[in-house]
Design a protein. Structure first.
Ligand code: PEP
Ligand code: MN
Length: 262
């Protein structure tokens, strides 16, 4: 709450890498880790384009139990190799408290996905760590519910929370979700935590990602988390919303221009 904490929080996610404050943070990478070559290759490409951190799921929350569920611990190993190769901090989703000791040891930012935003037991457990937490907005959550979920983590003693707007369910089906950019302004007025926007899960369409990213920055987001895949057509998860490294490079060439205007 701004009443008790008037200044914006700045969260350090790696040596010299911060989310919040003056500089935009752009987290990029594939939906899922698929192989060592894939994740390290994408990591090198997004680093060259100016990304500040690498994303990649090792444990995936899939609608169908028959869909690719992620590589699990092998995926974490590959993310660590990609970090070693590029120096980029790694961001990956925690689905179960069983994996918390592994994540505490190996990853730089623990993502709590939209589907677990109100898994209060998980929130309490990550609240007892000091790892930065990327807390995605729930599929159908109000801004207040989202902030209260962040409060669970803060109340547990972990001040390192980054909020992530990733679109909400509405009656509209043209896009995967409806990107609520006004939530960025609302949250930043109500609380001190940094907010990043995920245009990929919000829109579900790769061709919309660049414009919606620029709109998010114009709305005052502290950064972005964008799905980037080396071969979107053959991605094991979320290919339709993934941009290529070349498209990511184009996007990065434009973000600074918008950021300089706001
Ligand atoms: C993801 O980031 O790959 C993901 C599953 O996101 P969300 O929880 O926002 O659906
Ligand atoms: Mn995804």
């Amino acid at each position: 709450n701004r009443k008790f904490h008037p200044d914006d929080s700045v969260i350090e996610i790696g040596p010299g890498v911060r989310v919040g404050g003056q500089k935009l943070a752009v987290i990029a990478g594939p939906c899922s880790v698929e192989s060592q070559e894939q994740i390290t290759g994408v990591a090198r490409d997004v680093k060259t384009a100016g990304a500040s951190a690498l994303r990649g799921g090792a444990y995936k929350p899939r609608t169908s139990p028959y869909a690719f569920q992620g590589m699990g611990t092998k995926g974490i190993d590959f993310l660590m190799e990609a970090r070693e190769a590029t120096g980029l901090p790694i961001v990956t989703e925690l689905m179960s408290a069983d994996q918390l000791p592994l994540f505490e040891e190996c990853v730089d930012v623990i993502q709590i996905g939209a589907r677990n935003m109100q898994n209060f037991d998980l929130l309490k457990k990550v609240g007892r760590t000091s790892k930065p937490i990327l807390l995605k907005r729930g599929l159908s959550s109000t801004i207040e519910e989202w902030i209260m979920s962040a409060e669970y983590i803060l109340a547990g003693g972990n001040p390192n929370v980054i909020l992530c707007e990733r679109g909400i369910r509405t009656f509209e089906t043209y896009t995967r979700n409806t990107l609520d950019l006004s939530a960025v302004l609302a949250v930043k007025q109500m609380c001190h935590l940094p907010v990043v926007v995920d245009p990929s899960h919000a829109c579900g369409k790769a061709w919309m990602v660049e414009r919606m990213s620029l709109a998010a920055i114009a709305a005052g987001a502290d950064g972005l988390i964008v799905e980037v895949h080396n071969d979107p057509k053959n991605a094991l998860c979320d290919g339709a919303q993934s941009i290529t490294p070349a498209q990511f490079g184009d996007l990065m060439g434009k973000v600074g221009t918008i950021a300089a205007c706001v």
